[in-house]
Design a protein around this ligand. Structure first.
Ligand code: C2E
Ligand code: MG
Ligand code: MG
Ligand code: MG
Length: 286
């Protein structure tokens, strides 16, 4: 087809391709420098307990302040970081930063919150994963039970055997493990039964329409019940309105996370939030 349209079509295609390749290269180079240029920042999003109306946890979520593009979200650079082999370095930096920050909050006498850090499949399957986590945790002075690692369902399934071995070892030391984005991967019930996890985080795609969509409501109710029966903690992600809260509360899902209770925000603003936690519930009437 392109040939019939003359050489112009080829040139157009080449130009677009070059543009794409060039952009990727620029991003790749910028990302390699982002750490040393202090362009990365950890934001924190509260996780709340519906019954106690307290912030029980904070999820560390990375942000990139790109000099030209402004705030870049993880979905735009974490996959690239994995591809170019930078995820180990970046992931360790997030873990260090979050643990140090959590220690600062605890030293300030603020109410205790568990810190959750996202771990990529690549990190999890590294032979030195367990040692690295131990080293960072030890240096931070945080208690193991103050740390939770979030592993997506699909990451866990990628290298099931070695992942389980690593997670078992960390769990035996008191670190909590959460399965993130639950429902979007391919783990069977047989797996769920014996996975080394403490918490299921129900993916936000199931939560968004629970008030209207009977199928989503059924899936969420069943997941909450399953978690309870297996002795797992359960968290609903992406909670944005009161109707969702009412539904989740009726289903006995104790822990919720979502914009309704607060968007991810920088450490300084999180300190303010922890100092006056009631503000979290000011908009969210439970
Ligand atoms: P995740 O771990 O499932 O984190 C939850 C994501 O949902 C976050 O997006 C958060 O901002 C967003 N979110 C929370 N509440 C709501 C809500 O009510 N509505 C909507 N629409 N979104 C909500 P974010 O920060 O863009 O992160 C996206 C994903 O990137 C994370 O998903 C996680 O898989 C990954 N990620 C973030 N930080 C890191 C990191 O330090 N290391 C690794 N390996 N992955 C990370
Ligand atoms: Mg997460
Ligand atoms: Mg998630
Ligand atoms: Mg996600």
């Amino acid at each position: 087809r392109a040939k019939e349209q003359g050489s112009g079509a080829f040139r157009f295609f080449d130009k677009r391709m070059n543009q794409h390749v060039l952009e990727r290269l620029l991003t790749e180079n910028a990302l390699r420098l982002a750490l040393q240029n202090n362009e990365l920042e950890v934001y924190y999003q509260p996780r709340v307990n519906v019954e106690s109306e307290k912030i029980v946890g904070l999820e560390a979520l990375i942000r990139w302040h790109h000099p030209g593009r402004g705030l870049v979200l993880p979905s735009e650079f974490i996959p690239l970081a994995e591809e170019i082999g930078m995820i180990t370095q970046i992931g360790e930096w997030v873990l260090e930063t979050a643990c140090r920050q959590s220690r600062i909050w605890s030293d300030m006498g603020l109410p205790p919150t568990r810190i959750s850090v996202n771990i990529s499949a690549y990190q999890l399957s590294s032979p030195t994963f367990v040692e690295r986590i131990q080293r960072v945790l030890g240096a931070s002075g945080l208690n193991p039970c103050d740390l939770e690692l979030e592993i997506t369902e699909s990451s866990l399934m990628k290298n099931l055997e070695v992942s389980c071995e690593h997670l078992n070892s960390l769990r035996s030391q008191g670190i909590f493990i959460a399965m993130d984005d639950f429902g979007t991967g391919y783990s069977s019930l047989a797996h769920i039964k014996r996975l080394p996890i403490d918490t299921l985080k129900i993916d936000q795609s199931f939560i968004v329409n629970i008030a209207e969509d009977h199928n989503d409501a059924a899936i969420v109710s069943a997941t909450i019940a399953l978690a309870h029966h297996l002795g797992l903690n359960v968290v609903a992600e992406g909670v944005t309105d009161e109707e969702q809260v009412a539904f989740l509360k009726a289903q006995h899902c104790q822990e919720l996370q979502g914009y309704l209770f607060g968007k991810p925000r920088p450490a300084a603003q999180t300190t303010e939030l922890l100092k006056s936690p009631k503000s979290v519930f000011a908009t969210a009437v439970l």
